[in-house]
Ligand binder design. Sequence first.
Ligand code: ADP
Length: 253
Amino acid sequence: DYSVTLPRGGKDELGELAESIQVLADDLNHMKRQRNEFLASISHELRTPLTYIKGYADIAAKAGTTPEDRSHYLQIIHEEATKLSGLVKGLFDLAKMDENTFTIQKETVELCEFMRGIHSRMAPSFNEKNIALNFVCHGEVYIEADPTRFEQIIINLLDNARKYSEAGTATSMQVFKKSSTVHIIVKDEGKGIPEEDQAWVFDRFYRVDKSRSKALGGSGLGLAIVKELVEAHGGKITLSSKNGKGTTFEIII
Ligand code: ADP
């Protein structure tokens, strides 16, 4: 860690200078720790699927493995490789966002039609899990947005709503206009996010329930990317949630 050894605490100029240098040093130390934690998370996240891939490749290659077992192992290898490539893509997107080399191509988008399209593409995967997917949007609502990136935002929120909801519940998508803002709401009746975790879920790799989220195929990067993308559109995203009762995400643009 960086630290300052100039005399401190005095009221003279040197004391003040030492104090402000110490503030800078604290910032640098904090950034260094964050970077190290982030790198540690990345290597952990990459290592887990690689361990599965290596392990299952080894047993699939063993003499005496039945064709059924082998195809089961190959399927696991395929799933883990898919996770890995999703993770690498997410990390790559975030790295570009951090460097400001990430560009969005805005155009005028009519949100009701846009969201209706997403609704009809996503509804089957909700119905498969016996979750209703509702959609409300009246008239025409225009925003400037990058259609590919905006779709990524909504699909990420919907994927989470489906992942963390049980059969028999409903998820709803809603779009409406207030005087000068457009509001997009994705609301589920799923497991909810405990109050003490709510401030952290937009952080990279943060998961409320690690094992459950991983079993559901989560990388822990989804909401971090969503937040960056919403901000790249000049918007804000907030959440409200009651543990066990469901979660509502609201995007305001
Ligand atoms: P993951 O890939 O693990 O889903 P995300 O960044 O998308 O990562 O979400 C971070 C964490 O926030 C999740 O692991 C989960 O614990 C929690 N979470 C996100 N969306 C929901 C939701 N709709 N309902 C309950 N928990 C959620």
